[in-house]
Structures are given as structure tokens and as C-alpha cells.
Design a protein. Structure first.
Length: 169
């Protein structure tokens, strides 16, 4: 069963985020608190949405998908960015991941989104093969760029004064 997350799911979502981070060999990077997640998902201005996968026999939460809208200047339309897709190891192979992706694809179609995009780690061959089986196009010519920590702070310090005035409002 796939359903929209509720505020009572935040602790379980945080637990699965940490499980995903451990699987992706980056456990120390999963620092979001329950309070931060609650605000981001259910606060006054939600930043993202979550779907929950539950086992139909036990009602156990076995996975989640966290997504948010994005915009393409090329198509002039919104799209969907899938930030996290996770199914707990004991529940893999039962169709939960495909059901989450199908539900997200249906949301895309209903909202008129032209693109549904996400990243996958290059070493994660089982997941890449799963995505390929669904007809996912892998965009090898693109490289993800990230600016964080001290380099982000350093570059921000070089912003023109007008930008600092705009961001204050």
C-alpha cells in the first residue's frame, strides 16, 4: 500500500533516512532532526512531500519516497525531483519500490509535470539495473555539482552588495 505521509510518520521517515544514508556509505551526513523534517514536510511552507510504502499484511512501514517540484527553463514546465527512494532490505523484491515510483509517475502526470528526475550512485548496480528495467534513461553526460561548507561560505562572501540587499527581504 502506498499512502501520503502524515506528521505522525516523521520519526519513521527520519529512521529510514538514516538507514538509507548508512546504505549509501554516508551515515555521518544524515543530520536532519525530527523537528527539521516536520517543518520541511508539514510546516507552513512545505519544502517536500513524502509517500510511504506499507506492507499490506502487517501495515509495517517498509519504505518511502521524498520528492519536491522543480522547474525546467527548457520545457517551461515543472517537473519532479526524487530526493530519496528507500525500501528496507527485508522488504525488497516485493514491489514496494516500483509501486512508489509508479505513484510518483502518476502524480507527475496528474500535475502536468514533463520530467521525473533523480540521482543514483554509480556503484549501486542493483538499483541501476532496477531503474533500467523500468525504462529509465541514465544521463551519463551530466555531473552533479555541490557547493557546501567552507567553500559555500567563501563564495557567498563574494556576493555583490545588491544580492545581499535582495536576500534580506
Amino acid at each position: 500500500m502506498i499512502r501520503a505521509a502524515t506528521s505522525s510518520d516523521v520519526a519513521e521517515i527520519r529512521a529510514m533516512i538514516r538507514e538509507l544514508a548508512a546504505y549509501e556509505r554516508a551515515a555521518e551526513q544524515a543530520r536532519a532532526s525530527e523537528e527539521q523534517l516536520h517543518d520541511a514536510l508539514f510546516g507552513e511552507h512545505p519544502a517536500a512531500s513524502v509517500l510511504i510504502a506499507q506492507d499490506e499484511n502487517t501495515s509495517e512501514t517498509v519504505g518511502y519516497a521524498l520528492w519536491f517540484p522543480r522547474f525546467s527553463t527548457w520545457t517551461g514546465t515543472r517537473g519532479m525531483h526524487l530526493e530519496d527512494l528507500y525500501v528496507r532490505p527485508h522488504a525488497r523484491g516485493a514491489g514496494h519500490g516500483k509501486a512508489l515510483l509508479a505513484a510518483l509517475a502518476a502524480i507527475c502526470r496528474r500535475k502536468g509535470y514533463e520530467r521525473f528526475e533523480w540521482w543514483v550512485l554509480a556503484w549501486n548496480e542493483p538499483t541501476i539495473e532496477f531503474y533500467r528495467s523500468l525504462g529509465v534513461e541514465l544521463l551519463d553526460e551530466w555531473t552533479v555539482c555541490r557547493l557546501s561548507g567552507e567553500p559555500l561560505t567563501h563564495l557567498a562572501a563574494e556576493a555583490p552588495a545588491v544580492v545581499n540587499q535582495l536576500s534580506a527581504s
